[in-house]
Design a binder for this molecule. Structure first.
Ligand code: HEC
Length: 151
């Protein structure tokens, strides 16, 4: 007797949407915790609008409590990738909690920010692919490097 194949094209065609919908029910934490605005880097440094916007576009969507979550960020598996990045980035440092860091830590973070920008390591490539406006021009890199430069 001929064995029946378990994996057949019609089964795959039925399973795919079932899985794609099913994974949407796995809970993901995509949220911005409430933090005091007076601890925010942009507020503390009294940045002008141009520099503030630049920093928001390039870094705040991961390293802050003011992450913008577009509609597709709520769709799995994008949501998994995004929440993972944001959590890891906030664990490194969080611009919204800048004022709570002791001065030596602020200096250390600033100099790593300088290095990451100078070496084109940040913003993450996967982010600039989705957000071309976060792809820094040489002039924008200079503005941010000046901001993070430590004597
Ligand atoms: C898409 C999310 C995302 C964006 C946008 C982003 N980062 Fe990060 N950043 C991360 C993640 C995730 C890590 C931790 C993993 C790593 O080092 O790659 C990190 C790590 C860092 C670190 C620590 C690096 C180390 O190895 O110690 C610095 C400094 C940093 N980012 C600065 C920045 C600056 C400055 C910007 C804006 C120009 C920025 N990041 C934009 C996600 C992001």
């Amino acid at each position: 007797m001929e064995k029946k194949k378990l994996i057949t094209l019609p089964r795959i065609l039925i399973l795919f949407p079932v899985i794609a919908i099913g994974i949407q029910f796995i809970p993901v934490d995509l949220s911005n915790p409430k933090t005091s605005p007076e601890n925010d880097f942009i507020t503390l440094k009294k940045l002008d609008t141009k520099t503030a916007t630049l920093l928001r576009n390039a870094c705040y969507d991961c390293h802050s409590d003011q992450v913008r979550f577009p509609w597709y960020s709520h769709v799995a598996p994008v949501s998994w990738l995004l929440s993972g990045h944001v959590e890891e980035a906030r664990n490194n440092f969080n611009f919204s909690q800048w004022g709570t860091y002791p001065e030596h830590e602020q200096i250390g973070i600033s100099s790593s920010c300088y290095d990451e920008i100078a070496d084109d390591e940040m913003p993450l490539k996967s982010y600039t692919l989705m957000h071309p406006d976060a792809q820094l021009t040489d002039a924008q890199k200079e503005i941010l490097k000046d901001l993070f430069y430590q004597e």
